[in-house]
Structure formats: C-alpha cells, structure tokens
Design a protein around this ligand. Structure first.
Ligand code: WT7
Length: 655
C-alpha cells in the first residue's frame, strides 16, 4: 500500500527491477527457460517453429510452405503461402462446439447503465447474416469496404463479415474528419461504407453519418452505405444508396459459408501517418497476421480460458484490430469493448468497469494513466479491482512514474505490467515482457518475442553491439509483418527498407542496456506520437497552409505532461494578416476540421519567418529545441540563411 505518498515520490526509483512472480513462473504459458528455448528455436529454425505455431488457427488447408521472405531487392514477404483459411471461421465457427454459449464480446456503453453480452453463437449468427447482406450488395473477394463506426459490437461484426466474404476492410477512426475519411475511401476505391447515425463518447454525440455524407460527395466509388442505428438521432438517408443495418440483417439468412482465402490474401488495410504526404495504407494479409495475433495475445497476456480481457483502444487503431477483435477471438476469449472514455461520468470509470465485469487482464495507454493520475488515488481506491491479474501498456513509452503508479495504485503491487512495443506495420506486439518469464524494469519494453530480431544501427547503418543506443531495426521477418503499402509497393520499399538496406527500419530510436533490455526513446523521424496516436507533421502543416491566411507552417512535437507529445506549430501569415488570438483559435479549429480533433495544435507561435538553411530547408532540429524550451542548447546555427530569425522565435516562444 502506498498510503498518502504522492506520485512524485516514485522518482529516483527508475532502475528498480521487479522479478517474475514465482507463482507465474510455474503457471504461465512461458517461463524463463521456455522463453530462451523458444527464442533460439524461432531464430535457428523459423520454419519448424512457425509450422507448429500455425496450428493455433483453423486451416481449411494447412500450409506446407512456411516462410518465404526477402528484405532485399523488391522486398517480398510471404508466410504460410500455400495455406487456405478464413479468419472469420477461425475466430467464430470453430469455437461453436466448445464455447458457443460463452460470451465473446462484453459491450460496455458510454452510459454506465448500458451493457450487453454477445455469445460466440450470437456473434457467429450476426456475422453470417451480415456477410450475406454484403454479398447481396455485390461485395466479395478483394473488394474494399470502409468502416466508420463507433465502439459498438457491429464494428466487430462488420470486420468479421468482411473477412468472411473475402473483402478487405479499411477502418477509419470515428474521430477523423470528413476530408480524412474521403481521402482514405478514395485511396482504396471502397465500394461499400459501413457507418452509424451517430457515435457516443463522454455523454456527447459524434455526427458520423453527417460526416460520411460530406465525405461521400467526393467518393464516387461508394455504391452503398449501411447505417447502424446507435443513438437513433435523425439522419438523412439517400434512397438507393443508404440502407438501414437492422432491416437488412433481419431479412438476411443466418447461414453463410466462409470464403476459402489464401494465407496471403489481404485481410485489411489500415491508414497510418508517416513523415511525408498522405497517410499510407498499411496492408495485412490473412494467415501470418492471424497466427501472430493469436500467438502474442495468448503469450504476452498469458491469456487463459475464463479470463475477462479488456483492451481500451478503439477499433479504429491497430491495437483495436489485433487486441480487441482478431487476437482474443482467435483464442476463444471474452473481449470487452468499451464505447466511452476514461473520465466519463468520472475519473473512476475504468476501475468501475473492471469491478462490474470482473476484468482480469487490462490493456491501456500511458496517456490514459497519466491523465487519471492527476485525480489521485481516490477514484481508484474506491473500487476493489480484485479480479485483475495482469496490466498492459501500449502506444508510447511509459514514463517510470506512470508505470509505478499503474503498478502500485491500480494493480495493488500484485499484477505484472507488460509494456508492449509495436506498430501498425508490425501487426502485433514485437518487444514485451512475458509475465512468467521476464523481470520488469519500469519504462522498458524489455525483450523481443520469439521470432523477432531487433538490432540497433548508427546513422550509417552499422550495427551497434552491447549496451548502446541507436536506430531500431529488424533484421528478419515475422508472420504479422505488413506486406506492402496498398497500391504502392515502391513506397513500402522506400519507407521501410531504403534507409538501412537489408533491414526493416521502424522509425524509432532505442537504447539497449547491459541486460539486453530495450528502452524505446521515441520516433526519430518527423512523426509525432500524440496520446499514443501517430501524427505526421507534414499532414498538420498541409492542413495549416490550406488556410487562406497562412503563408507557411512548420510543425514539431514537444514534451507534453499528459499526451506524451503535443503539437507545436510555427505559423507565418500572409503579409497583410494580423496575428490575433481570434485567428489562433480559428486555425486550431481549422486543423480539427481538416484532419480531426487528434491533430489540434497545442501551441501556435506566430513566426515572422522560419529558420532555413541557405538552400531553403527548414531546420526542424532548432524548432524542436525552441518548442521544448531547450533554448540553451540550440546547436550550430551558422548554416542558417538568417540567424536572427532564431533569436526572434526564442523570445516569442509560446509556453
Ligand atoms: C509507434 C507506433 C502499437 C500500437 C499503437 C500505436 C510508439 C508504441 C510503444 C511502447 C514505446 C511505443 C512507437 C511506434 N510505441 N508502443 N510500448 N513503448 N513506444 O501504433 O500508431 O503504429 O504507432 O508508437 O514510436 O513506432 P502506431
């Protein structure tokens, strides 16, 4: 027990080590010796290791070719390439005999009085019905379906129904603007959009159908729109194009044969921001992704039958894909889906939901923990949390203060924390403790999972050995790896394999300590991690310069107490424009409207000019230093065209 100690009392305990709990060492799926053995096997004979692990999913035809991957030349990644399966059948049909009446999804509404349980049998029936609806609308193998839904069970139904008919789903997070939605629909030429009348979050409604209507004005590929009634709010329905979900499903047959898919047939596209241009369509395929989702969900969370597992992400992000839907359902788990937010109706909501549904495994993001820490221990301690046995963290580095608060206050010093490092591109977790195998160090994602081959390189791509710090790369493929950028394989190669030839470059920096533990230090490219969500600086900049009063803009990340990183924008206005508070607010609202609320700048500094080299390149390094208030260490400014620009920016720093 912590008594009255405050959060800051945890300082200076950063090199503390938490050994594996002896009971977990003997009961967990993998203990320390088991981890070493699995790691060595997966490294020395990946074929044998993954042939065996592949049996965890239901194959229509088991694969005989296991690994066929090449990180050089044109880059080609294939796993289980002659295997045939259907992801929806692997997540549903094969569980029916044994656990048809077990709850598959516990849905907890935004309103604390709303919740429901959906069994495997019910979920299977809904998916079959909706798969038939989709077929009736002409959607089949290889077609793209965009899903723009709130956190309701129908989101999982829509995903699995796509998988069942062989269509490729592309989920767009409900917080994205009509423009962002439109770009993502256009990029993959989706023919069907699945949305809702409105979403609900923190007592407010989100106008999804109205947003979708705006987006669809520029999306001629979309022939049909299926609308789930969530709030019952009044929305416009365009006859011939728009259909009511419940009516279609009620009229459809509950019997549907899953489409046999090749292991390398696409399962989904998920758009993610990079350092340049438009978001990329990260493409995942069926067999390798599902094996990775199942393997990591079972072992990292030490999942056991009877667990109630809760991942607080939104299905609009990869965490929701892999660890709310595909991983847990592939493993026959009970997965909790939460419609709301951590602070509604109050800051004890998470802990109340844990008590209400007897959650045993809880997986959330550091930003949520930091924001809840502000309210102190009270809202946590008024709940029991006795069902909890494991905690997880994802999305950004967790600072040791937040880790220790999570461990002591939320977990009552009983529950190991798995700090899981991965990316949209990796499909699932790559670096993480295993609860029965790995001693924990607050702030470290610890060790690579079996099959994961990390290495650190310097700026020239030279491998750094021992305890060191460098660019985090992976030297070999794992089954869950993305296969390409949808429609743009050259961009895939350029983005991930050109910086350090022969290696997959993650875009992250990391430190490795003397025990071989990895400490992710954050992005080394022009990507900002805001509350665990990836935002490209280039995207925010292009939104800003699209405003008629803006001449130029440069965006950088800066340390933010709650969000991890905040968005700091330097804006140069057109010559005749006055920098007013009103205009500042207008620009923030503009970016929200162009991209979505997650892209709202936290600070806007008026910049009469930006620091540029003589060849006209913006020196972001200097802008990052000013935003972080590290103006003592600006480094070399002698290559600037006009060093006086920096003095002006330092003086007028916003903070
Ligand atoms: C980036 C990927 C992983 C799913 C959610 C985000 C950062 C993620 C951790 C962690 C330190 C982390 C990295 C990574 N990140 N998890 N446990 N410790 N950093 O997926 O949007 O694709 O972002 O998030 O910088 O590259 P994403």
């Amino acid at each position: 027990m912590l008594g009255n100690r405050s959060v800051t009392d945890f300082d200076h305990t950063h090199d503390q080590v938490f050994p594996v709990r002896p009971d977990l060492a003997s009961t967990a799926h993998i203990n320390e010796a088991g981890y070493r053995e699995a790691y060595d096997q997966a490294a020395s004979n990946p074929e044998a290791f993954w042939a065996k692990e592949a049996q965890r999913v239901a194959w229509i035809k088991a694969p005989t070719k296991i690994k066929n991957t090449n990180f050089t030349g044109d880059i080609s990644i294939k796993w289980f390439e002659d295997g045939v399966l259907n992801a929806s059948a692997s997540c549903l049909d094969r569980h029916l005999a044994e656990r048809g009446d077990q709850t598959a999804i516990i849905w907890e509404g935004d309103n604390p009085n709303d919740s429901k349980h959906v069994t495997y049998r019910e979920l299977h029936e809904q998916v079959c019905r909706f798969a038939n609806v989709m077929k009736g609308l002409g959607v089949g193998r290889g077609d793209r379906v965009t899903i723009y839904l709130p956190m309701v069970p129908e989101a999982a139904v829509a995903m699995l129904a796509c998988a069942r008919v062989g269509a490729i789903h592309s989920i767009v997070f409900g917080g994205f603007s009509p423009d962002s939605l439109s770009n993502r629909i256009q990029d993959c030429n989706a023919t069907l959009l699945i949305t809702a009348d409105e979403g609900r979050r923190g007592g407010r409604s989100v106008p999804l159908k109205a947003n979708a209507d705006k987006a669809l004005a520029s999306c001629p590929s979309v022939k049909n729109v299926v609308v789930v009634k969530v709030t019952g709010g009044k929305v416009a329905m365009q006859p011939g194009r728009d259909h009511d979900y419940a009516t279609l499903v009620a009229d459809a047959s509950p019997v549907n044969e899953p489409e046999p898919m090749n292991a390398e047939d696409p399962l989904f596209i998920l758009y993610t921001s990079g350092s340049t241009g438009q978001p990329k369509g990260v493409l995942h395929t069926t067999g390798g992704y599902l094996v990775w989702a199942s393997y990591t969900h079972q072992n990292v969370f030490d999942y056991r039958p009877g667990d109630v597992y809760w991942c607080t992400a939104d299905v609009g992000w990869v965490t929701g894909h892999t660890y709310i839907v595909y991983g847990p359902l592939a493993n026959g788990a009970t997965t909790l889906m939460f419609e709301g937010i951590p602070t509604y109706p109050d800051a004890s909501r998470f802990w109340q939901v844990i008590d209400k549904h007897k959650v045993s495994i809880f997986y959330t993001a550091p930003t949520a923990i930091r924001s809840l820490m502000r309210d102190g221990e009270g809202p946590v301690k008024k709940t029991a949390r006795t069902s909890l046995r494991l905690l997880g963290s994802v999305g950004e580095p967790i600072n040791p203060e937040a880790w220790l608060w999570y461990y002591h206050v939320v977990g009552d010093a009983r529950c190991p924390i798995v700090d899981t490092w991965w990316q949209t591109e990796t499909g699932g977790i790559l670096i993480s403790p295993l609860p029965g195998a790995t001693a924990l160090k607050p702030g470290s994602a610890t060790l690579p999972l079996p099959g994961v081959r990390p290495l650190l390189v310097d700026g020239d791509g030279k491998e750094l050995t021992g305890a060191t710090e460098g660019n985090l790369c992976l030297s070999d493929s794992w089954p869950g790896q993305m296969r390409t950028v949808y429609g743009d394989h050259a961009r895939f190669k350029q983005t991930y394999f050109s910086t350090f030839p022969g290696l997959y470059f993650t875009g992250d920096g990391a430190r490795r300590d003397a025990d071989g533990y990895y400490w992710i230090t954050g992005r080394v490219d022009d990507v900002i991690n805001v509350s665990g969500h990836r935002m490209g600086t280039a995207e925010v900049e292009s939104a800003l310069v699209a405003h008629p009063k803006v001449a130029e803009a440069a965006v950088v990340g800066f340390p933010h107490d709650i969000k991890g990183q905040g968005i700091y924008a330097y804006v140069t206005l057109n010559a005749e424009e006055e920098p007013t508070e009103e205009l500042r607010k207008e620009l923030v609202a503009w970016v929200r409207q162009e991209i979505g609320p997650i892209a709202s700048p936290d600070a806007i500094q008026w910049a009469p000019a930006l620091p540029k080299t003589r060849s006209g390149k913006i020196m972001r390094r200097i802008l990052r230093k000013i935003a972080a208030n590290e103006t003592e260490s600006l480094g070399d400014t002698s290559t600037l065209a006009d060093p006086a620009v920096v003095t002006e920016l330092v003086q007028n720093r916003v903070g």
